[in-house]
Design a protein around this ligand. Structure first.
Ligand SMILES: C[S@@+](CC[C@H](N)C(=O)[O-])C[C@H]1O[C@@H](n2cnc3c(N)ncnc32)[C@H](O)[C@@H]1O
Length: 299
């Protein structure tokens, strides 16, 4: 029995060293870091920042240099903002200390001395002042944690008063006929090679809409991850939200004091049969099974 176990351990170590040589890292439910998996599968901070800069420049005629990331989590967006330009400064606000600490270890530390230009605030976005900024972002639908009109309006008013005179507020939103159903969506994630040559093996990201209540639009969603060895990281993240609609968001943004609330919808690539990653300002859109958009409040 003891020899059998030893042999197995030897084979395991051999496979691990072979994978390491190929620049691959062993990945399963036991070894995975849920923040790494989330960032790779869900976030594209480069595309978000490109979009903010493009819309800001088009509206104001110059580039913004200050950004506040509400519900910042690991502050990946705030750090990428600072890395982009030596004049850029960022503030990130989140309630969760362990998640902020993960961001300090994995993102701020990589900035070297430039991390002085990122300030992380552990607190509620409803009551955490920071210096006036030109761009405030609340992404991955996080504001949907506010389930009643009064609280969401209070948040939007807070965002408004935290902006400089030329400031803009960027939210993302999702919807469509399938957003009001209980369903699962699987996506295979093939991570890119990192600067140190290592690469995370492919894994599956699962977005589960576990429940939707048509009376109050309460929606509960989970993110699960599935690995090549068959293991699963179930409910790596859970969101208990109200699914706000675009007209509600636009009305509340205007009520909070913004002069305009513009909607940008993502286009569809018919050849690839998938969303094309290009967001255009629209006042009419096709009623699709699923869509993603940005709502932009202009001060
Ligand atoms: C969906 S994650 C967003 C992470 C990242 N910003 C992104 O775009 O993917 C939501 C984050 O919001 C934080 N959060 C929830 N309610 C909050 C509140 N009232 N104030 C500040 N942070 C909050 C949670 O701790 C969590 O890190």
């Amino acid at each position: 029995m003891a020899t059998k176990t030893k042999k197995k351990e030897k084979e395991k170590a051999k496979a691990k060293s072979k994978a390491k040589k190929n620049g691959q890292i062993t990945l399963n439910a036991r070894t995975a870091d849920r923040h790494v998996l989330y960032e790779e599968a869900v976030q594209c901070v480069e595309a978000d920042l490109d979009f903010f800069s493009k819309v800001f420049k088009k509206t104001r005629g110059y580039a913004p240099h200050t950004l506040r990331e509400d519900f910042c989590g690991t502050a990946s967006l705030a750090c990428e903002w600072v890395a982009r330009h030596e004049e850029n400064r960022a503030w990130g606000v989140d309630l969760d200390r362990p998640t902020l600490d993960w961001g300090i270890k994995h993102h701020l530390s990589r900035l070297g001395d430039d991390q002085d230009r990122v300030t992380l605030i552990e607190g509620d976005v409803l009551a955490s002042p920071s210096p006036a900024v030109q761009v405030t972002a609340a992404l991955n639908f996080s504001y949907q944690v506010f389930k009643d009109r009064k609280t969401l309006l209070a948040y939007f008013k807070n965002a408004y008063s935290g902006l400089a005179d030329d400031g803009m507020f960027f939210l993302d939103a999702f919807g469509g006929t399938e957003s009001m159903e209980e369903n699962d969506e699987d996506r295979r994630i093939s991570p890119a090679t990192r600067p140190d040559g290592s690469r995370l093996p492919a894994y599956t990201y699962i977005w589960e809409q576990a429940s939707f209540n048509p009376i109050d639009h309460n929606i509960v969603c989970h993110i699960h991850f599935k690995f090549k060895d068959g293991s699963k990281l179930k409910k790596a993240f859970t969101y208990d939200w109200r699914l706000w609609t675009l007209p509600e968001l636009q009305e509340l943004i205007l009520e909070a004091g913004f002069s305009r609330a513009d909607v940008y919808m993502e286009g569809w690539d018919d050849d690839e049969d998938e969303a094309d990653g290009i967001f255009k300002k629209k006042t009419r859109a096709e009623n699709m099974a699923g869509w993603v958009g940005y709502v932009v409040g202009i001060k």
